[in-house]
Design a protein around this ligand. Structure first.
Ligand SMILES: NC(=O)c1ccc[n+]([C@@H]2O[C@H](COP(=O)([O-])OP(=O)(O)OC[C@H]3O[C@@H](n4cnc5c(N)ncnc54)[C@H](O)[C@@H]3O)[C@@H](O)[C@H]2O)c1
Length: 406
């Protein structure tokens, strides 16, 4: 069954194309030939490379690539240009990143800034609502405000959680300043873009909501029912669920089913580059495209998954983590040896038990339950120890105790 009626690859090509045109035009307007020295010479511009292509789409892409090649010493941009064809990342974002690495001239910074402004205008989202200020919601709010420069309204039912979130955001921004990734002024701008609330009625003027409350199907169903009432008719309602059916969540948002989509960020959001996009059965192509565009504006690379339990990431990751917990509870090895085996033996950046602590054992248990119930296969049975640790409140790093102490 086709996931969506539009071929996602051709959608991606259009994204690449429009951004490359815009990127080249911006630079061509801003720079005389002499100014190109910052980007290097343009000796082999290959503008006259007339290698024939019967496919007009391919020919147009090749010509755009040659235009971008004029700025070929901006290696970061070019590398990104090459890989974005596969990954869906935009040259405008790449230009900004590349520019930053090159310590660019004022004009280059202007070009990068204009590119980002263009990008914001291009996805059409003016204000984002984030529902849930836990570790994911907070990270998503930070990236929306800091990278895509959008005003963000962060909602949580728990005031303590909101205050804790803002403090954590502040500490992340301070780290960025210390590392020279942000100026004080930029950090202040980011802070000023994030407002908090405890009332869903305040979502009356958002264009895009990203829900990131606890992984509880009944809770998400109630909140999507309320979101359908509280938000404007055009607003897109995205869920950051790790495993729950998007189609089922959409069914709770009566009358707004086609505006509901899965937008699965990875933890920690400011660091991890991927967003898994999951259209439900009713999701419109327009909603899919806007969601992909927004994710790209947030500096992320998108993949597309069918609406199946766990999608791609957690269908593969959670059984692995669960098996590691079973290995620990049945005494196959110590927790340290399990983690070290996978870290040093298979080049994982961290062991599975540490990773479970970072994700949150409550979240891991909820995802395993969804996989087990929905796929009906005993191989997805959550480990007994995982359930016991959640009962004890030892849910990982966020609680100060999981498999390890924090
Ligand atoms: N933790 C991860 O690594 C990870 C990764 C990807 C996706 N996710 C998904 O993101 C979502 C959130 O996970 P998390 O790790 O941030 O959880 P978390 O426990 O850190 O945060 C959940 C937040 O939801 C809030 N909340 C609960 N009920 C609410 C309500 N009725 N109204 C408003 N806010 C409410 C809580 O106060 C809390 O701040 C889950 O669906 C999870 O599966 C998590």
């Amino acid at each position: 069954m086709a996931l969506v009626s539009e071929n996602p690859t051709s959608g991606l090509t259009n994204i690449v194309k429009s951004r490359t045109i815009s990127f080249c035009e911006t630079l061509e307007t801003l720079h005389h030939e002499d100014d190109l020295s910052d980007f290097g010479d343009s000796d082999s511009d290959n503008d006259d490379d007339t290698s024939p292509s019967k496919d007009p789409e391919t020919a147009e892409m090749a010509s755009l690539e040659r235009r971008a090649l004029k700025y070929r010493k901006s290696l970061t941009m070019l590398n990104q240009f090459a890989s974005l064809k596969l990954r869906g990342e935009g040259p405008l974002v790449a230009a900004a990143k590349g520019g930053a690495k090159m310590q660019p001239s004022k004009e280059h910074l202007l070009a990068a800034k204009k590119s980002i402004d263009d990008l914001t205008a291009w996805h059409g989202v003016k204000r984002v609502g984030i529902l849930g200020a836990g570790q994911m919601g907070l990270g998503i709010a930070l990236v929306a405000a800091n990278v895509s420069k959008l005003p963000v309204l962060l909602l949580d039912s728990n005031e303590t959680q909101l205050n804790k979130g803002l403090k954590f955001m502040d500490s992340l921004l301070k780290k960025d300043i210390a590392k020279g990734r942000l100026t004080e002024a930029q950090a202040d701008e980011t802070r000023s873009r994030v407002k908090t609330t405890q009332k869903m009625a305040d979502f009356a003027d958002v264009d895009f909501v990203i829900e990131a409350v606890s992984e509880n199907p009944a809770l998400k169903a109630t909140l999507f029912r309320d979101l359908a009432q509280a938000t404007p008719a055009h607003a897109i309602l995205a869920s950051n669920t790790s495993s729950i059916s998007i189609t089922k969540i959409a069914a709770s948002a009566k009358g707004r089913e086609e505006n509901v989509i899965g937008m699965h960020f990875m933890n920690p959001v400011p660091v991890m580059k991927l967003v898994e996009i999951i259209p439900g059965l009713a999701t419109s192509d327009k909603v899919l495209k806007t969601t992909q565009d927004l994710a790209v504006a947030m500096g992320k690379t998108c993949t597309l998954s069918q609406d199946v339990p766990g999608f791609v990431a957690n269908r593969l990751l959670m059984p692995y983590i669960n098996e590691a917990i079973i290995a620990y509870e049945t005494g196959i090895a110590s927790k340290e040896d399990i983690d070290t085996t996978m870290k040093l033996g298979t080049n994982m950046p961290m062991g599975p038990l540490t990773l479970a602590d970072f994700i949150g054992l409550d979240t891991c248990l909820s995802i395993m339950k969804v996989l087990h119930e929905q796929l009906g296969d005993t191989k997805y049975r959550p480990s007994v120890l995982l359930g016991k640790m959640v009962d004890a409140g030892w849910v990982g790093k966020k609680a100060g105790r999981g498999f390890y102490q924090y």
